[in-house]
Design a protein. Sequence first.
Length: 353
Amino acid sequence: MIERKEIIEMLAIDNDQELEQLFAKAYQVKTENVGNKVFYRGIVEFSNICTKNCLYCGIRKDNKNVDRYEMTDDEIIEAAMWAHDSHYGSVVLQSGERSDAAFVNRINSLLKSIKKRSNGKLGITLSVGEQSKETFERWYEAGAHRYLLRIETSNKELYKKYHPENHSYDTRLQALRNLKKTGWQTGTGVLIGLPGQTVEHLADDILFFKDFDVDMIGMGPYIVHNDTPMKSYSDSVYPENNLNLALKMIAVARIVLEDINIASTTALQAINPTGRELGLRAGANIIMPVITDVKYRSNYLLYEGKPCLDENAVQCRSCLERRIATAGESVGYDQWGDSPHYYRKRQIRSHNR
Ligand code: SAH
Ligand code: SF4
């Protein structure tokens, strides 16, 4: 087991040579444990309506400068089928958080429709925030099998600082536990480079992932959105630093957790056009191409500078393929690309029983 002290040292690396060594080591751990295929999850950002008010987020409820939208069922299914026909293997359905009955029922029937239309072939990940245990059970039954719910930061004080009073760290953690109990491949992650966040906090985030025994990680740099209360901190946020720190977090997560899935997130690309390729070189093995219709993209801005707002899914597909080849990787088309860790730990458990 790698000690906290070593994790802190890796995250604090600031010279180019040591950084290259860190990325090379992470890349080696990646190829040994999950190979060098990248798996796609086409992400459909189907609604920006959110009942929450996370202080960093551009689509928070109180931001009045956002045109709220909701894609129709047909549009969502069509986007999912486009991913299927393009051999993407999986989709992620993501939105702001709602937990009213109409929303829960709608997701349930959408999951069933997508499963039916793709003959059960398309893998579905959900990322729609905190829900009750019953809802998680229903949606799992309906056919989704992976869920992304970032803890955002594993440090309770920081969590409190960047969320309103009625957003609870403990509730979020409990939701993650419920997902795991229900059988979901469970993914979490953190924002990297929040004002006041130290390498010690980030090392504890890595230890949190390990201790929670996560199957997947999706994490990325914090990027300021000017219509949020956190705009006032923008002078203390350095995008290049946050990108570097995020790449180091990917590398260290790979070295410590070995056989999990790690996403190279779009936020990396928002800071540097080649950010996602750098993420793959640092140990990530998942890419989530945005397949949301162009007419909605500019209203799903969690942060400023989101790339590819005017490129449709077809344009993104050919652009991505070039980028991935540049990174020396190939794409695992038509495969779910599940977390090897999820299956390995289950085998060990059933073996022990
Ligand atoms: N509403 C769901 C899913 C959509 S938000 C949820 O919150 O879980 C998806 C992720 O966007 C969040 O987990 C958060 O980490 C990230 N995000 C929000 N605002 C951001 C910002 N300003 N910079 C970088 N990432 C941000
Ligand atoms: Fe809503 Fe998610 Fe943004 Fe929080 S991070 S305000 S839950 S969309």
